[in-house]
Design a protein around this ligand. Structure first.
Ligand code: FMN
Length: 318
């Protein structure tokens, strides 16, 4: 397997938002690779089919990395092996960044940052269980960034991580404040394997900035793609000609409907529409007077509902 994230723009994993339909539309609009929502290794080991289906994906989302979380070598190895056999992803990504209390208090996600020995064991056991690259997604610390974070990243490299994605925030910051690009830069400079920078990219200029300031080998974005999966092609055209192309409202909504159709294909209309409601609100972001459409967005229950709402918005804008 020869997947490399170098020079690429990836769609970051997003539990509860980055499902198959969303990943597919992001790939269509220029994401070079995607990452699944985080999946509990333990749940897979227990045979929980709902967790396993989080790894289901459409071929158009590939190359895809499947992200696992856990704090025990055996369940992680078991889950990685099963996932590799069933889905053949280009890589298994290990979550060492999730700040959620439920995860953190269980010694998983960003809690692993305080136990480099255990985290190394996890990387090694997953590597042993599957033949695809194993990567690590981490934050810059639990309370603050320091030498121990760099040491942690070096230990992941020594354990065999193929590359590391760094979200430039501490666990304490959750998703607030600014991502610290100097911290990502320091990690990048201390490692020989590729380092992918993540945090606060939402357009061409911010994508150029994260690469310039961190010296990273590639970048990954999450929230900047919500309601704007076309951001990847915008970034690429900015890299090519230094210009930002405005997308029309008509085009934005066309993309929005296409995302919904992919979600319906995947989950059926009822479930897809309920889950799409939050995406609809993201598509409405930045539209003047959008507040009056929010109630309707929160009640979408069919593709036709969505089409009707969009028709109404476009009519009002004339
Ligand atoms: C709704 C949501 C769900 C997320 N789920 C995951 C996840 O499952 N695994 C993970 O490693 N990071 C997860 N993240 C973190 C993102 O991948 C990313 O690191 C973070 O949002 C910073 O990038 P951004 O500034 O481009 O959003 C999630 C973020 C959001 C907003």
């Amino acid at each position: 397997m020869d997947f490399s994230p170098v020079g690429k723009i990836g769609l970051a994993p997003m539990a509860g938002a980055g499902d198959s339909g969303f990943r597919r539309i992001c790939r269509e609009f220029g994401a070079d690779y995607t990452v699944s929502e985080m999946i509990s290794a333990k749940a897979i080991q227990y045979g929980d089919t709902k967790s396993m289906t989080l790894a289901d994906h459409h071929p158009d989302e590939e190359p895809i990395l499947i992200q696992l979380f856990g704090h025990e070598p055996d369940p992680l190895a078991y889950a990685a092996e099963l996932i590799q056999k069933k889905y053949n992803p280009v890589g298994i990504d290990l979550n060492m960044g999730c700040p959620a209390p439920k995860i953190f208090n269980n010694g998983e996600g960003s809690a692993l940052l305080k136990d480099a020995e255990l985290a190394s064991k996890l990387v090694k056991s997953v590597k042993k269980a599957c033949c695809c690259p194993v990567s690590v997604k981490m934050r810059i610390g639990i309370h603050s960034f320091g030498a121990e974070t760099i040491e942690f990243a070096q230990k992941m490299e020594a354990a065999g991580a193929a590359f590391i994605t760094v979200h430039g925030r501490t666990r304490d910051q959750q998703y607030a404040g600014k991502a610290d690009y100097q911290a990502i830069k320091a990690i990048k400079e201390a490692l020989a394997i590729p380092v992918i920078a993540n945090g606060d990219v939402c357009d061409g200029p911010s994508a150029a900035r994260i690469l310039r300031e961190t010296g990273a080998d590639g970048l990954m974005l999450a929230r900047g793609a919500l309601g704007a999966p076309y951001v990847f092609s915008e970034i690429k055209s900015y890299f090519q000609n230094n210009k930002t192309n405005e997308i029309s409202l008509e085009k934005r909504f066309e993309i929005c409907l296409r995302q919904l159709s992919y979600m319906i294909e995947d989950k059926g209309e009822g479930k897809a529409c309920v889950e799409f409601r939050k995406h609809m609100l993201w598509y409405l972001k930045g539209i003047i007077g959008a507040a009056k459409y929010k109630a309707a967005a929160g009640h979408l229950s069919s593709y036709e509902d969505c089409k009707e709402l969009i028709g109404r918005i476009l009519e009002d804008k004339k």
